[in-house]
Structure formats: C-alpha cells, structure tokens
Design a protein around this ligand. Structure first.
Ligand code: ZN
Length: 213
C-alpha cells in the first residue's frame, strides 16, 4: 500500500498535480483508499479549514483524476479497482515543486531555521540561507512562505503560555532588527493584553491573540 501510494505520488509529481489521500473501511469491513487530484472540489476538511481555504481562493475544479484501491484480505494485497487518468485542468509539471502536497521542510532545515532565528538572523536572510543550503528554491523542498510560516509558528509557541511581557520584548527586538517589522496591540477593560497583531514585510503573517494576560 505504502509502495503504491509512493508510486502514484511520483506519477502525480511527474505530471504536475497535487494529491490527497482518503481512506477507511466499508460496511463489510473492507479497507479502501482513494488518492485523488487536489482539484476534485470535494476536500474532506473541517469548516474552519474550509473558510481558510476559501479565503486563499483555492481553485477547486471538480477534477475526477484518481486511483481507487481495495485491500484483498485473502491475498494480503492492495488491488487497483479504478484509475481515472484525465484531468479537467492544465497540468504544470515544471511547477511540481511548488505544489503543497509535495512540499516539506526537512528536519535539518527546521533546526537550522530555528537556530538562525534564535541568533537574531532576519526572516528573509534566514530563509534565503537555508534555501541555499538545501540546493536552492527548486530543490530545497519548501517555499519561502512555508519557511516564514514555520518561523512564525515557532515564535508563537514561545508566547502561548500568556507571557505578555516576553511578547512585547520580542516585538521591540524584532523592530530593532527589522525596520519593516510592524506590531500593534490593545488592552481590554481589565488592562489585559487583548489583541496583538504583527507582520513583517510579508503581508499575510498577521496573527491575533486574544485573552493574553
Ligand atoms: Zn486534476
């Protein structure tokens, strides 16, 4: 099964389309898996994620390209029950490295991004350096946005315990290091830090925290 999915993933990468895997057991207990093109328009996502996806204006084109597999228990093998090759949209194999399902930040790169960030390297220089270490934008396996999102997530993790003073200190230092860094905050009636927003030169990194004290 694993091997089959990897083979289909490689096929998808070569062709230039993203894939999503859904699986489960039918009423009679048979295991089945569907690996389909991400432009099938019927993603299994929660409503919260659906809103985020909608906001990002992700195209869904009801594409039917997919592979269906059933598990044959008696023979202990996965059987391909159907394969739909045709897509209803253009494929861009030269851009496969940008497709979300094929992007991944490897562990060494995550560690390096974190180390650089702790050392005070700016977001842009940090991502650029690690991207180069990974062989450049085409081969490192992640996009600039992936790198930025990871760093923001790591930074955010430091503040989840409600340490408002540490957060303010972080903002002041970030502003000193990066003139493009912007932050804003407000207090509620109880003088608790209520809403925080920050962004560097990248406009999509605004983050709100509520109820921090
Ligand atoms: Zn498709």
């Amino acid at each position: 099964m694993q091997g089959m999915c990897i083979t289909y993933a490689q096929y998808a990468y070569d062709q230039g389309f993203g894939i999503t895997k859904n699986g489960g057991s039918s009423k009679d207990g048979r295991k089945q898996v569907i690996v389909h093109c991400t432009k099938d328009g019927k993603p299994k996502i929660s409503s919260k994620k659906a809103i985020a996806e909608k906001n990002k204006k992700v195209e869904k084109e009801l594409c039917q390209a997919r592979i269906n597999l059933n598990f044959d228990q008696s023979r202990n093998v996965w059987i391909i029950t159907s394969f739909t090759k045709k897509h209803n949209h253009t494929l861009y194999p030269e851009h496969s490295h940008r497709i979300r399902s094929f992007r991944q930040i490897q562990e060494w790169a995550k560690k390096q991004l974190e180390l650089n960030d702790r050392a005070g390297v700016s977001l842009t220089s940090n991502i650029s350096a690690v991207t180069e270490m990974g062989g450049g934008p085409l081969h490192c396996g992640f996009s600039e946005r992936d790198g930025r999102n990871l760093i923001v997530k790591m930074r955010r993790g430091k503040f989840l315990k409600g340490d408002a003073e540490a957060m303010m200190q972080f903002f002041r230092e970030s502003k000193q290091k990066d003139p493009n860094f912007y932050y804003s905050y407000r207090f509620d009636e109880s003088n608790r830090l209520d809403v925080v927003f920050w962004a560097d030169s990248h406009p999509n990194l605004g983050i709100n925290f509520s109820g921090m004290s």
